[in-house]
Every structure is written in structure tokens, then in C-alpha cells.
Design a binder for this molecule. Structure first.
Ligand SMILES: NC(=O)c1ccc[n+]([C@@H]2O[C@H](COP(=O)([O-])OP(=O)(O)OC[C@H]3O[C@@H](n4cnc5c(N)ncnc54)[C@H](O)[C@@H]3O)[C@@H](O)[C@H]2O)c1
Length: 309
């Protein structure tokens, strides 16, 4: 099997690229390294094209039977609409055109951001209300995919990720998951900083489950856009309680006012469609995912601020 993975130096894309190589596939990664990190690709054996998907010579590409499209500007706080739309919509259009022309399967990353503050559980058929330019760019991508699906027989699967956490997200800085960002604060002895009053909740899904969803999408015979979440929401207060337990700390939240207008209060995926279309269901509970993640991430004990006299 031959595959192209765009965004393959990033968090999710690198895991997908590695999982495919492990299964014997010949994989080409395309990434402009704008938020990706070579560290994620150290174990990768395959071709790496260090280019912007908007500038790649797609007409000269012949590697792909399946394209896993993960390249995107992923920082949801970016407000430059021109930059976001060019990267995420025009980039997606180029990948989509390539797949339609070459008749190769497209598996691409959508986002739960498209739902905005629509009531949980958010379902694929439910209304969309993107609250920022990132979420809007993802929604436009979904509409391009839906239009292509109506007019072409090429298989297209959109994976509408909820909040993904796990090894390899460290490259994302402030765009990394709350699991990682809060844990980093707490390991330094700092009180975890969250928006008032910590009751906001997220459907947090572990990277191992997301890899599984991508591999199931590869096998799937039907097209569609499906939620990739656990179906369970975790409040930030509950997340901190779990982190305290796993990290052996006893830190209380430090609440502050939310400065963002475009904030999602509750995300929780309706998961029936993913089960139906892909046979996918997540395996890791939030506590299991965090334990597995930290066993890999924090192999070596680090000196915490509170232990320095
Ligand atoms: N991580 C999550 O919780 C989450 C949730 C919903 C959707 N998604 C989507 O999943 C995909 C992967 O996200 P991630 O978390 O791995 O983020 P990431 O930032 O780690 O990965 C994105 C990768 O795309 C690359 N890239 C960006 N613009 C590019 C361009 N124009 N040309 C080539 N490469 C480019 C970056 O360098 C990076 O390696 C994205 O499409 C994102 O929108 C992620």
C-alpha cells in the first residue's frame, strides 16, 4: 500500500504515518514544519517532502493510493482570517482535487470546532455554528468534501476529531491539549490555571484511539464524515482531580476569567455514526489514557519547584 500523509510531522499525522509504515505501507509525508516537529518523525522510514501543501507539485505526485490529510493551521487562537483560510481551505481543496483526479481514497481531519456551542451530544447531522476562523475553515472543508461526495465515486472519509491528547503533541505549545498543558503546570508545583468555574467539559480522546480510527477508515468501504470522540465529557475540575491522582499532587485550581468570546462550553460526541461507518469505538477512558500517556512522557522524574529550597 502506498500512502501520502499531509501534516505528517505534526501530532496526529506522525502517529498515522508511523502506524502505516509499521503495517508495511510505503509512506510519503508532506509537511511544511510550521507547527510540526522532526522529533515526531525520528522513527519514520519513508519520504519526507518539506513543503506547503499549497505549493507542492501535486501533478508530479504518484505515491498515493490513499491520502491522509492532517496538514492545517491548528492554533485556534489565530485570528488572521486570510492566513487561516488559505492554509486550511485552499490547502484542502488542492488535496481533494488530487484525490478526485487520481481516484485515490481521502481520509481527512475535520474538527468538533464546527459545532461551536450547539448542545451536547453533538451529532453529525446536527447544526454547525463555528465560533472562530479555525472552526469555520474546517467547516468549509467539510462542505467541499460533501459536495465532492455527491458528485464523485471517490471514497472520502472525514474524521471529526474532538480533543485529542497523547505523545507527540508537545510541538503544539499553547495549542496542545488541556491534559498536557495542565500537567506541565502541575509538575512544576504550580496550581493549574483554568477558566472560571471549571465546569466546562471536553470529550477528550487518546491518540491510540485516534490511530485506530484512521486505520479503520482505511478499511472502510463507505464514505462519510463522522465524529471521533469517546462519547463522554470530562469537566476541567474532574480532569484536574485525575491529574492530581496520577501525578501524586494535591493542587487546587486557580480560576480566572475567560478572555475568549468564541469558547465552547461543552463538547461531547454522538458516536453512533463512527460505529456504523467505521466499526470504531474508543477503548481508553480518560484515566486510562492519561496513565498510559504519562508513563511514556514522564519516564524520568523531574525536579518540581516546590521541592527546591
Ligand atoms: N489535536 C486535536 O485535538 C485536533 C482536534 C480536531 C481536529 N484536529 C485536526 O487534526 C489535524 C492534525 O492536528 P494536530 O493536532 O496533529 O496538529 P499539528 O499542528 O501537530 O499538526 C499539523 C501539521 O500540519 C503542518 N502544516 C500546517 N500547515 C501546513 C501546510 N500549509 N502545508 C504543509 N504542512 C502544514 C504542521 O507543520 C504540522 O506538522 C489538523 O487538521 C487539525 O485541524 C486536531
Amino acid at each position: 500500500m502506498k500512502a501520502i500523509v499531509t501534516g505528517g510531522a505534526g501530532f496526529i499525522g506522525s502517529h498515522v504515518a508511523l502506524a502505516l509504515v509499521e503495517r508495511g505501507a510505503k509512506v510519503t509525508v508532506i509537511d511544511d514544519f510550521s507547527s510540526g516537529d522532526f522529533v515526531n518523525l525520528k522513527r519514520f522510514r519513508g519520504e519526507v517532502i518539506a513543503q506547503d501543501i499549497n505549493h507542492v507539485h501535486w501533478d508530479q505526485m504518484n505515491q498515493g493510493e490513499t491520502v491522509f490529510h492532517h496538514a492545517a493551521l491548528t492554533d485556534t487562537t489565530v485570528t488572521d482570517q486570510r492566513k487561516m483560510m488559505y492554509a486550511n481551505v485552499e490547502g484542502f481543496r488542492k488535496v481533494l482535487d488530487f484525490c478526485l483526479e487520481r481516484r485515490c481514497k481521502l481520509i481527512y481531519a475535520s474538527s468538533a470546532g464546527v459545532y461551536g456551542n450547539e448542545p451536547a451530544p453533538q451529532s453529525e447531522e446536527g447544526s454547525k455554528n463555528p465560533l472562530n476562523i479555525y472552526a469555520y475553515s474546517k467547516w468549509v472543508g467539510d462542505q467541499l468534501a460533501e459536495e465532492a461526495l455527491r458528485e464523485n465515486p471517490v471514497p472520502i472519509i472525514g474524521l471529526r476529531y474532538f480533543n485529542v491528547y497523547g505523545m507527540g503533541e508537545q510541538n503544539k505549545g499553547t495549542a496542545a491539549s488541556m491534559v498536557y498543558r495542565l500537567a506541565e503546570q502541575m509538575r512544576c508545583g504550580m496550581r493549574p490555571r483554568i477558566f472560571f468555574d471549571g465546569g466546562q467539559s471536553r470529550d477528550l480522546i487518546y491518540i491510540e484511539d485516534v490511530i485506530d480510527a484512521n486505520l479503520k477508515a482505511l478499511e472502510a468501504t463507505r464514505s462519510g464524515i463522522v465524529n471521533i470522540g469517546t462519547g463522554t465529557g470530562t469537566t476541567f475540575n474532574r480532569l484536574i482531580a485525575i491529574l492530581n491522582e496520577v501525578l501524586h499532587t494535591q493542587l487546587v485550581p486557580d480560576y480566572f476569567e475567560n478572555p475568549y468570546r468564541f469558547y465552547q462550553n461543552e463538547t461531547r460526541a454522538e458516536i453512533k455514526q463512527a460505529e456504523k461507518l467505521l466499526g470504531f469505538k474508543s477503548h481508553y477512558t480518560i484515566a486510562e489514557g492519561i496513565r498510559d500517556y504519562f508513563a511514556r512522557l514522564y519516564q524520568f522524574p523531574r525536579v518540581v519547584a516546590s521541592s527546591i529550597s
